[in-house]
Design a protein. Structure first.
Length: 578
């Protein structure tokens, strides 16, 4: 009996010792992306409440902190400095105080951020200031200084939670030069994501010995602009080809995603994209079992969690009450009167008052011969009556500059050919769609039914032309004359006004379409505005006082015996009876 008791006691001691050396740690990771200034549950453009916002996230994060304590990790994936008037106001108007985009991140206690392409678009003065104001590091491993080859931003951040070492590696899509003029990213170059991730993964493993590695990528799932040297959207490629990631939170393409990717070692990598405007959050739990301080088991689970149903955090709202009051005062300033309403939905079916108002103001401001412009939203509008600063963000969504470039007449035509090929179906019969629609989306009851992005649907002013929807791609556009009655010459050189996104090669209409090599674009620019296009549009409207916008009617779809009814059908399909 004594031997049995002694043996039992021995076994108990061994088990107790084993239990003492075994530990389970749970981490919760919340990730936002493409917040675009949605800091408050109010759309300052539409002047109404909205479902998303970091104010609602604050409530959800508070719930998670109660459950996980200090084991909550909060990450943001960039594109936070552009979108709502809130951003514009603190970037360019009240820019002598801490940017509210830094204040909200600091208040919520984020652990790390990446920088997004629209953050870079604000220019060095804005984003360098913001980087210094944010208390957590802003990451970008593949953003390299041109003067010394070192990272412009911190490549990664080490976080220690409950004895667990977590590495967060940040990357940015390298497609920046395809969209933004070099002065906005002067002194920087953008390396291909997979090679950069592989380099820094090896460095982190060797020098930091992490228990968990999280990727924080401002780059979409896959596809986008594809060149010989990089992919715009490379997240899944990196997840597959660079072993070592446990979790990747990504963004940029505004599309929700939750999926497991198998890497080259046969291990699963959880990839989460919460999409945009803080309507949802990437929500992951990492469970680690430690034996004598070493991780012997690790599981990663996650989902995309809607936060629209959360109430706005009252303490958060009170903390930023003076900010919301300032923004309301700014966007509530009257700048003019519209005699009639204008709507982007009209822009897809012919010459429209909405797009032509911008065309005409661009021509007036610069004195150019021809204007390119596209609808930046599928279904935005400005109603008749008094218009305010808030309406200008509906009229023009982005902080693009204004460019004037030299193009030959043939380059103008080819640019428009590619645009209409993205936009218009080749009709084989009178019953076909006139627009190039996504048939899968047609069954989903969504307005985003276009196969391609509407901000690449350029039309032109300053020339009269027809678009023959029965002709094949590349042969639809027939330019008749200049709109002042002068002949149009394919060999002549014209001054063409457009936004800086297009002028830098965005949408590839000038490169793939017009056939201009990308490195030649900068030599074609003969004028760049100092301020953003919206600023100049606002100035012109204030000068005029009352605007009576109408369509130029300088272009149309033909043959009318097919297009008239096709336009009615597709308009009704996309927008009902509006």
């Amino acid at each position: 009996m004594k031997r049995l008791i002694a043996f039992t006691a021995f076994i108990i001691c061994i088990n107790l010792s084993s239990m003492a050396d075994t530990k389970t740690v749970k981490l919760r990771v919340l990730g936002t992306s493409d917040v675009h200034g949605c800091f408050f549950p109010y759309n300052f453009i539409e002047r109404k409440e909205t479902k998303g916002s970091l104010a609602r996230l604050s409530t959800y994060a508070g719930m998670m902190r109660k459950e996980y304590g200090d084991n909550l990790i909060m990450l943001d994936n960039g594109d936070i400095l552009q979108g709502q008037p809130t951003c514009y106001y603190f970037n360019y108007v009240k820019n002598d105080v801490t940017n509210v985009a830094a204040e909200v991140i600091n208040y919520l206690g984020y652990d790390a951020q990446t920088i997004g392409n629209h953050d870079v678009e604000t220019g060095h003065a804005v984003y360098d200031k913001w980087i210094n104001e944010v208390k957590c590091p802003v990451l970008g491993a593949n953003i390299v200084r041109t003067d010394n080859g070192k990272p412009y931003l911190r490549p990664y951040k080490m976080i220690c939670k409950d004895g667990i070492k977590i590495a967060v590696l940040g990357l940015l899509t390298p497609a920046i030069p395809n969209w933004l003029t070099e002065d906005l990213w002067q002194g920087m170059r953008f390396e291909e994501m997979t090679a950069s991730a592989r380099h820094w993964m090896e460095y982190i493993k060797k020098n930091e010995n992490p228990d968990v590695v999280i990727g924080l990528f401002h780059s979409g799932k896959e596809g986008g602009i594809t060149t010989e040297t990089y992919y715009e959207d490379a997240t899944l490629k990196v997840a597959r080809e660079v072993a070592g990631f446990d979790l990747i939170i990504f963004g940029h393409d505004h599309s929700r995603y939750c999926g497991q990717i198998t890497n080259t070692e046969g291990k699963q990598v959880l990839c989460l994209n919460p999409a945009n405007n803080a309507l949802a959050v990437a929500d992951a739990e990492i469970t680690l079992t430690l034996d004598n301080g070493r991780v012997k088991e690790k599981t990663v689970t996650g989902r995309i969690t809607d936060i629209a149903a959360c109430n706005a955090d009252k303490e958060y709202m009170e903390r930023f009450r003076s900010v919301t009051e300032d923004i309301n005062s700014y966007v509530g300033k009257k700048i003019g009167t519209f005699a009639k309403g204008i709507y982007t939905r009209d822009s897809f079916f012919g010459s429209s008052a909405f797009v032509d108002l911008i065309h005409n103001l661009q021509l007036q401001i610069t004195g150019a011969d021809i204007s390119f412009n596209a609808p930046l939203s599928v279904d935005a509008g400005i109603e008749a009556g008094d218009i305010y600063v808030s309406d200008m963000f509906n009229l023009y969504k982005y902080e693009n500059q204004l460019y004037v470039m030299t193009l030959t007449g043939e380059e103008v035509r080819k640019h428009l050919e590619m645009s209409y090929d993205l936009w218009v179906n080749t009709m084989k019969s009178a019953d076909d769609h006139i627009l190039l629609l996504d048939t899968a989306a047609l069954t989903g009851g969504r307005h985003s039914m276009f196969r391609n992005m509407t901000f690449n649907f350029d039309s032109a002013a300053g020339i009269d032309y027809e678009v023959d929807v029965t002709r094949p791609d590349g042969e639809k556009v027939h330019i008749l004359r200049m709109s002042d009655g002068k002949p149009f010459d394919k060999a002549a050189m014209y001054r063409v006004v457009m936004n800086s996104y297009r002028g830098n090669g965005g949408g590839e209409l000038l490169t793939k379409g017009a056939g201009i090599p990308h490195d030649e674009l900068k030599n074609r620019i003969i004028y760049k505005s100092e301020r953003d296009l919206r600023h100049y549009l606002m100035q012109e409207i204030e000068k005029k006082g009352t605007i009576n916008p109408g369509a130029n009617n300088n272009w149309r779809f033909v043959p009318e015996e097919w297009t008239t009814e096709a336009i009615k059908r597709d308009h009704r399909l996309l927008f009902g009876d509006k």
